[in-house]
Design a protein around this ligand. Structure first.
Ligand code: ARG
Length: 601
């Protein structure tokens, strides 16, 4: 907001330090919260410490204060800055309140949907998420993954990084073969109608097959023989799949497509657009080749034919204590493991897609696996290994208990989403019957899905979520609808004001601002920093919290401060612009959270 002033001051500080041979440290600025006026502050402790380290005899706090004072003396008058202070090693700059308010509001109204966007960065980031296994169905845990990954992608992109969205579904392994087996045995030729029905059916088949293949208590000899016969068939099918039997491969390909159709439809619904699709089955071959390379480089040890190909990660890294342990890369029968495929995948990400930073949004239970992957990439010599990051996330369960795919106790995302939208529709019919029929469906969707998204995002990603639909749909507290409602209220004031030329002239804020206006302006001014922080720390929660705080400040303002009925024309104009700026910033924050900002609800 005050970039120009800040840069002018920075260059003066730099010049001063250069003239006096002072090793200036990076200048960091922190906003000073309103206490009669707004300001920004930087300190000279690091610079003083640099001097001390370079051999000069200095007392760091005292020297920092000296530097602050000399810099202050050299700055003179600066336009837009009302006062400069050097205290305890800090240089504090204060802005004229009216000017600050005007600048913040005008910036938002000028930059609109780009308000808060970071300057382009040189690094390319890949975010991998929305990668459920096929031959399964999309449950609410997958939803948490998808929404976290999408929001992270939006944040990183908005912060200025070139961003690639990637998915990596697991499409092979025993679970997949289990579904193929039962389909082939009992359901050949059948195919439910409807993308979701068909996708969900695969999960039902999986549950049924697992039941047939699991040992029961008090099994009769006949039952045991039957189960073992089934298992032998499944093994035979796996062997044929592995050998590339065209019939089995075709069945696999077709049913895999059923899962992917369902996944793609859900992603469309969530406004998620994946740029690159990787599949486990497609990296299997290159994974085998990599193993030879790792053996040749002395990273992996080949203990075949007695044993397997392994990597003693701790030993190779020279770690004394056990941290990453030892991993198998190739079984003695020559098959790869999940880890091997992840190495192949990472190589493709780095080399084919030129990724500098690689983020994996994956269930927290795979944490060790990913740390092992990153450690091996480091041994392998990839500089990007240092910039691999695992964004883990916890379980989602319902108040009635945990999910279990094997037992068929799964909460499907589609069911929850449909129910959420249904309930919002019912609520609209009751509370806002004047809403035109044509708009109802859109609003219900925006609010229903917004509530679900916010329920996932407002909890720290590492914590488990007990998901309660009633709570998520509430208009009070930390919910999506609460934030959307702030946007709706702002929209309604602006509609009633009937001013068309809001952005033409920046309003002047040269009246006594209420505490509500101050709070609101301060939050608006902090949006760009919130974007940067959320992206830097890979924490969608930072943005979720910001959006809630802004909504809450707006609701308070709305209740306490007259806008259309303001006592003077110029105050009315200024407040209208503030409302427009708040609306815009709420919309920007909600967009980053993957939530629609409705005009009415
Ligand atoms: N498909 C896996 C699962 O559902 C997640 C993939 C995670 N990504 C990775 N690169 N390993 O558990």
């Amino acid at each position: 907001m005050f970039d120009r002033e800040q840069q002018a001051i920075e260059s003066k500080i730099r010049a001063y330090c250069a003239d006096n041979d002072i090793p200036l440290a990076d200048l960091k600025w922190t906003p000073i919260p309103f206490s009669g006026e707004w300001g920004t502050s930087t300190s000279f402790f690091q610079t003083a410490a640099n001097e001390a380290r370079s051999g000069k005899k200095v007392n760091v706090p005292q020297r920092a204060q000296e530097l602050a004072e000399s810099v202050k003396a050299g700055l003179g008058e600066i336009e837009g800055i009302s006062r400069i202070e050097a205290v305890k090693g800090y240089l504090n700059l204060y802005f004229s309140t009216a000017e600050f308010a005007q600048r913040v509001v005008a910036t938002v109204l000028e930059e609109k949907a780009d308000f808060g966007r970071g300057r382009p960065k040189s690094e390319r980031v890949m975010v991998e998420y929305a990668q459920p296994n096929t031959h399964h169905s999309f449950h609410i845990g997958h939803y948490r993954n998808a929404i976290l990954g999408e929001v992270l992608s939006r944040l990183v992109e908005f912060a200025g990084f070139e961003t690639i969205r990637a998915s990596y579904p697991g499409d092979l392994g025993l679970g997949v073969i289990t579904v193929l087996w039962i389909y082939d045995k009992f359901y050949r030729g059948q195919e439910p109608e409807g993308i979701h029905e068909r996708g969900q059916w695969l999960l039902k088949l999986y549950v049924e097959a697992t039941d047939l293949l699991t040992e029961k208590e008090n099994e009769t000899p006949e039952e045991k023989a039957q189960r073992e016969a089934y298992d032998a068939e499944r093994r035979e099918l796996y062997r044929r799949w592995d050998a590339g039997d065209p019939e089995v491969r075709e069945l696999w390909r077709v049913t895999r497509e059923w899962s992917l159709d369902e996944l793609r439809d859900i992603l469309r619904m969530l406004d998620i657009d994946i740029d690159v699709w990787f599949f486990e089955s497609e990296v299997d071959e290159s994974a085998k080749e990599i193993v030879d390379e790792l053996i040749a480089k002395g990273i992996a040890d080949d203990e075949r034919p007695e044993g397997a190909v392994i990597v003693k990660i701790d030993e190779k890294l020279g770690l004394k204590k056990e941290k990453y342990r030892t991993n198998v890369l190739l079984r003695s029968d020559g098959t790869t493991l999940y880890l091997t495929k992840d190495l192949a995948l990472a190589k493709i990400k780095f080399e084919k897609y030129g990724v500098d930073r690689s983020i994996y949004v994956v269930d927290v239970r795979q944490s060790l696996h990913l740390q092992q992957t990153f450690a091996i990439l480091k041994l392998w010599g990839f500089p990007q290994a240092e910039k691999c990051y695992h964004l883990g996330y916890g379980f989602v369960s319902l108040p009635e208990g945990a999910m279990s795919a094997r037992r068929g106790r799964v909460v499907l995302f589609k069911d929850v989403a449909d129910e959420a939208v249904r309930r919002v529709l019912a609520e609209i019919a009751q509370k806002n019957p004047d809403l035109p029929e044509a708009q109802r469906a859109d609003v219900a969707r925006a609010v229903g899905l917004g509530a679900l998204a916010y329920a996932m995002l407002s909890v720290d990603n590492n914590k488990d979520i007990v998901f309660d639909l009633d709570e998520a749909l509430g208009f009070e507290g930390r919910t999506g609808p609460y934030i959307q409602n702030a946007h709706v209220r702002a929209a309604s004031i602006l509609r009633k004001s009937k001013t068309e030329s809001l952005e033409v002239e920046p309003a002047t804020f040269d009246y006594e601002l209420t505490s509500h206006e101050i709070q609101l302006i301060e939050l608006l001014s902090r949006f760009p920093a919130a974007v940067e922080q959320a992206a830097d720390e890979y924490r969608p929660l930072v943005m979720a919290t910001y959006a809630y705080n802004l909504a809450s400040a707006f609701h308070s303002f709305y209740h306490a401060v007259p806008v259309l009925q303001a006592e003077r024309e110029n105050i009315r104009d200024a407040r209208l612009q503030l409302v427009a700026a708040a609306k815009q910033t709420l919309a920007n924050a909600l967009a980053l959270l993957g939530i629609t900002a409705p005009e009415v609800m």
